[in-house]
Design a protein around this ligand. Structure first.
Ligand code: ATP
Ligand code: MG
Length: 414
């Protein structure tokens, strides 16, 4: 991709609305723009990252037998009355009327739609288990939208729902999804913890959250310094220094961002909405459910929060908007520029995701923009091109080395 064609409206000054580093960098770097409180456009750089996050999620979920679908955001009131949540959900539910004055909401989550959908189809234990997910825009009229993509009123979520004939099968799937989530967050380069959680609005019995550890997090987690014990403070109100409830170690506190939440729903929705099946012994039972969310747009910020040094961004290779950033410090028509273009063309033919800064800008501008883009490998074409040498900068370990153009190893960039 030619950088002159990429829409990246960077800012010199940090907008006052941004309080946290990742939000500042996303605005300054031309990744996102606010449309109204908690409602954002994802500009090309951000959208490339979001698509990579989504594809990692898809790969890990498809691997364990989940299939993807897409349900409507616009949901009729009837379903919500049937589940009992129309009144319970409160002001967070975005409600609206159509021209015939029929009431709708914009989905904050999709238990009602999916339960209505599968109850038509699942009538026998033979059709279970089933695992369906979507990646979609969700709406929640949050009391306090803030920190950019962290708490939006319109945001992207991956939501998965599983259906089972018995609790053993739910337990088995819950663990499978939990493992898939670990693979996802590992691949995204995150430092996170799995904590016991409160089931909140969605309901059900057991639930755990995946929490990315960082100071700007809105959640407080309590954890043992010597075991796997960790919980949201909403579940165990423990003070620092207390003995851990599992008898191992003492309690510490940490701040974190909730990026995923997994629930054993049980029969909360299937009872209310009569989603039933005939079991092996011909008895009629409610379908047992699980539901599992990942905050896709929130993840973009969480990853950035763990991958910046205040002024500069360094995206993990798995989600970076491009793999290689070629920067030419020569004007168009010079030997330096010709050589840079030649390498760019060669990389394109090898299907490397490469961005070429072909803009007629000063070196300082090119470098400061590149620092906000955080592309893992940067190749700089400068004075030494005469000797056939360029600079290769690897952001992950902050190293710069001189390399001969003909020695550049393309396999690093695939
Ligand atoms: P929170 O406690 O942060 O409000 P939640 O418990 O309401 O989250 P879930 O209903 O479990 O969230 O939604 C699944 C995931 O969607 C969350 O783990 C989170 O990553 C993401 N998410 C929830 N609300 C928002 C929001 N307002 N903006 C961006 N992402 C969100
Ligand atoms: Mg919430």
């Amino acid at each position: 991709m030619l950088q002159s064609l990429l829409f990246v409206p960077t800012l010199r000054e940090t907008p006052k609305e941004a309080e946290v580093t990742s939000h500042k960098l996303l605005l300054r770097g031309g990744y996102i723009r606010q449309n109204a409180a908690g409602i954002y456009s994802y500009l090309p750089l951000a959208y490339r990252i979001i698509q990579k996050i989504e594809n990692i999620i898809r790969e890990e979920l498809n691997k364990i037998g989940c299939s993807e679908l897409l349900m409507p955001a616009l949901q009729p009131k009837d379903m919500w009355v049937e589940s009992g949540r129309w009144d319970v959900y409160g002001k967070e539910l975005m409600r609206l009327n159509d021209r015939h004055d029929r009431e709708f909401c914009l989905g904050p989550t999709h238990e009602e739609v999916i339960t209505t959908l599968v109850r038509e189809y699942i009538n026998s234990y033979k059709k279970l288990p089933l695992a369906l997910y979507q990646i979609q825009t969700k709406y929640r009229d949050e009391f306090r939208p803030r920190f950019g993509l962290m708490r939006g009123r319109e945001f992207i979520m991956k939501d998965l729902y599983t259906f089972h004939a018995n609790t053993e099968d739910l337990d088995e799937w819950y663990l499978k999804v939990r493992k898939a989530y670990c693979n996802i967050f590992d691949r995204l380069g995150l430092n996170y913890r799995i904590v016991q959680a409160d089931s909140g609005q969605i309901g059900g019995s057991a639930s755990e959250e995946f929490v990315v550890l960082c100071d700007i997090g809105e959640d407080t987690i309590v954890y043992s310094d010597q075991s796997e014990f960790a919980a949201n403070i909403e579940v165990y109100n423990l003070s620092e220094g207390e003995p851990s409830p599992d008898g191992k170690g003492t309690i510490k506190h940490a701040k974190g961002i909730e990026v995923g939440h997994i629930f054993k729903l049980g029969t909360k929705y299937s009872d209310a909405m009569k989603a039933e099946f005939f079991d092996k012994d011909q008895s009629k039972k409610s379908i047992i459910m699980g539901c599992y969310g990942i905050g896709v747009s929130r993840l973009l910020m969480a990853i950035l929060e763990q991958h910046n040094d205040d002024q500069k961004v360094f995206w993990p290779e798995t989600v970076a908007p491009f793999k290689v950033h070629i920067i030419s410090l020569g004007k168009e028509g010079t030997e330096i520029d010709n050589q840079a273009r030649a390498l760019y063309q060669k990389m394109l033919t090898k299907n490397i995701e490469v961005l070429f800064d072909d803009r007629d800008e000063r070196a300082g501008v090119k470098f400061s923009d590149a620092d906000l883009m955080g592309i893992p490998y940067r190749i700089i074409f400068g004075k030494k091109v005469d000797e056939g040498i360029v600079e290769l900068k690897k952001l992950a370990d902050n190293t710069v080395t001189d390399v001969k153009i003909e020695d550049i190893d393309f396999t690093n960039f695939l």
